[in-house]
Ligand binder design. Structure first.
Ligand code: AMP
Length: 373
């Protein structure tokens, strides 16, 4: 089956083409709608099409078996991937207030693809879907229930496709079915989130109503006292911009790229050192909290840009957790091995490269195969 996976952002379009799960083409079109860039998503998709055709990866979009779209917010309605039809597009439009920065671009990608290849089945795969298994006590906030009913304010969680993928990969490494395993998965990239996985299903996650809650991120603050934004608002601060774009590692030491933070910390920069401490302390707090919720933890999984590439962050994130059975083998960790726990450690610690697009291609294929049965 040939599946094109599209990740349409407001100013970029990432695409990857899979043939039976093997990548046969990929690229990104940037600066959509910007001066000097491409006009719109239609033009971006045509560029992607031309590139795939000239590379010999594809004869035409009509020869695709399916298109899988990454959609950030599926609200409560979408607990699994869904076939795109008029009803789905309407539902996505209704969800725009919950993800005003992301869903409009995702919708644009779907509408554009439908115009170019109207007969090709399209599937929406949601970042929120994996977390829809969370119980009420994990997803409701302690504010009056009427606000959940009126505005759908609850924890949704994000990065679900990544957490689902690495959880399944870790289960393969353990040679056991995901349903028999409890795990803590840590997606540490530009955005970052932790997930408590019980029997292969998400039972809690650190991102909430929006992707601002939880771990410290590149430019996002994660957990803070909710009174702080109110206080700053009264001082006339643009809180939205402050907490989303000027906080996190960047706010603490001026750099949102972990490579730079690590380099500066190594050179003795105090701001970078404290940023790194705050960043990894928050991770340890979540590991401890999720270990308490799960009772038994079989595996701890690191993934995404920082989780996959920084042995230092992994070590600091596990520091002092021996009592939980979490013990990193320094030499395996530094050597870049997949399994980095000490033999004696109760909890297996893995580094797994995430692949959200492959997971989207797999889920797209699975949905279409089920539909044909
Ligand atoms: P992602 O969002 O998963 O693409 O992750 C991107 C982030 O990963 C970058 O902003 C960096 O902070 C981080 N990163 C990438 N490579 C490394 C590395 N070798 N060491 C530490 N952090 C890294």
């Amino acid at each position: 089956m040939r599946v094109l996976v599209l990740n349409a952002g407001s100013s970029s379009l990432k695409y990857r083409l899979f043939d039976c799960e093997k990548e046969i083409g990929a690229g990104v079109v940037e600066r959509i709608g910007e001066p000097g860039g491409v006009k719109d998503h239609m033009e971006a998709l045509k560029i992607a099409q031309e590139r795939l055709e000239s590379d010999g990866a594809l004869d035409s979009f009509d020869s695709l078996d399916a298109v899988g779209h990454r959609v950030v917010h599926g609200g409560e309605r979408f607990t699994r991937p869904a076939l795109v039809d008029e009803g789905l597009i309407e539902a996505l439009e209704e969800l725009v207030p919950l993800a005003p920065l992301h869903n409009p671009a995702n919708i644009e990608g779907i509408l554009t693809m439908r115009k170019i290849a109207p007969k090709t089945p399209q599937v929406a795969v949601f970042d929120t879907a994996f977390h829809q298994s969370m119980p009420k006590e994990a997803c409701l906030y302690a504010i009056p229930l009427e606000f959940y009913e009126r505005y759908a304010i609850r924890r949704y969680g994000f990065h679900g496709t990544s957490h689902a993928y690495v959880c399944k990969e870790a289960a393969k490494l353990l040679g056991r079915p995901p349903a028999s395993l409890n795990m803590i998965t840590l997606h540490l990239g530009n955005g970052a989130s932790a997930c408590a996985v019980e029997g292969g299903r998400s039972v809690d996650t650190s991102m909430g109503f929006t992707p601002l809650e939880g771990l410290v991120m590149g430019t996002r603050c994660g957990d803070i006292d909710p009174q702080i934004p109110l206080f700053l608002n009264e001082k006339g601060v643009d809180v939205q911009e402050l907490l989303n774009r000027r906080s996190g590692l960047k706010g603490l030491c001026g750099h949102n790229d972990m490579r730079e933070v690590l380099k500066l910390a190594d050179e003795g920069c105090d701001d970078a050192k404290i940023a790194l401490e705050i960043y990894t302390r928050r991770i340890r707090k979540y590991i401890g909290a999720y270990a308490a919720l799960l009772g038994r933890v079989d595996a701890l999984v690191f993934t995404a840009g920082i989780g996959e590439n920084s042995p230092e962050v992994r070590e600091l994130s596990c520091r002092g957790l021996e009592g939980f059975g979490i013990e990193i083998d320094r030499s395996k960790n530094r050597a870049g091995e997949t399994e980095i726990s000490k033999e004696a450690g109760r909890v297996k610690i893995f580094v797994v490269k995430t692949d959200e697009e492959l997971e989207i291609a797999r889920q797209t294929e699975a949905l279409l195969s089920d539909a044909r049965l």
